[in-house]
Design a protein. Sequence first.
Length: 393
Amino acid sequence: AVSATKSVVTSAKKAPTTLSSDRVINFARGDPTMYESYWRQMGEKCTIVISGHNLMSYFSNAGHFCWFLMPELDRAIRRLHCVVGNAVVDDDRYIVVGNGSTQLFQAVLYALSSSYDPDTEPLSVVAAAPFYSSYPEETDFLRSGLYKWAGDAYSFDKDGAYIEVVTSPNNPDGAIREAVVNRDGGKLIHDLAYYWPQYTPITGKADNDIMLFTFSKATGHAGSRIGWAIVKDIEVATKMVKFMELSSIGVSKESQLRAAKILEVISDDCQNSAPDKEENFFEYGHRLMSDRWEKLREVVKRNGVFSLPKYPQDYCNFIGKYTDPSPAFAWLKSKDGLNCDNLLRELKIVTRGGTNFGVDSNYTRISMLSPDEDFNLLLERLSAIKGTIINGN
Ligand code: PMP
């Protein structure tokens, strides 16, 4: 394994002409900067003006169970889900806004575990491997007495209550998932961050007890730190609001208004039936992602060193035809069992290795959401490995 990795370095050094730049390119984070060019094209369409005297109060909707949620954002979220058809947002579903879905994940853990007897063991939190690398860290960071990370759901065999996180499409491997433990006493959190048409065919309206979505992956506006939960049970939703009160007394109104504006613009564009209408955001995103996936698959096929998961086509209700999934991350596997992350670092490509996601180091995760320039460099560098490892020279 060591000599194979070395041979990649040698090859990269011997043939500098194949690499247009020597800079390190980082694909370890899912920073969705790829969408910037779309939003730049939209010019002033999403601009909002906020004066010095606006939005000063802590409160957005006093008397509402989620008193810091701006009604504009509540409406915009419900409308977008109706337009896309990816989640049930009937009037009896409660929306809780958060500082990204990261904060809401912790709010849900609190809400689901706080009613358990404090003298009993912490509630186990599991997810099927490979799982999103932040779940274990977020769960155990404060060493809560209420809940505790218990690892891979496939090997979870403890009796009693538990929480399972179901991420679909999954981060890191893009798989469409369902709960795997399926025992009495289980509570489910559905993390649907990537259940949008640019990443996967929309096959129906998700209707789970607790669903998490994020502005970061839906539209690319990760910096606004807006996420939302759609919750069936008012008691769970109310406890989540309590958590939010204590951790940040709500969510920035500037961010909420900006998110509301952008979500409304997307909905308007999706519902525009003019014959000469422009591509809407999801059509644009889907075209871009499909194009990237096609190019990546071509390079991976040609160099023969790695493999990528295969995904079945499905009918996308939103796009109105069969589409191929084009996940936000590429889950790369080394065919020879090499440490994939180390191997790519030799080519100045930084990724997040399989062990972060609860599996072996022969897997690594590559973000597909980086700017064009970086993505093209990635393709170029992956092409340069061609044959090197197989030939062993
Ligand atoms: N869940 C999943 C599956 C994610 O991939 C991410 C972002 N990488 C998040 C949650 C967190 O998103 P946010 O930016 O809303 O905190």
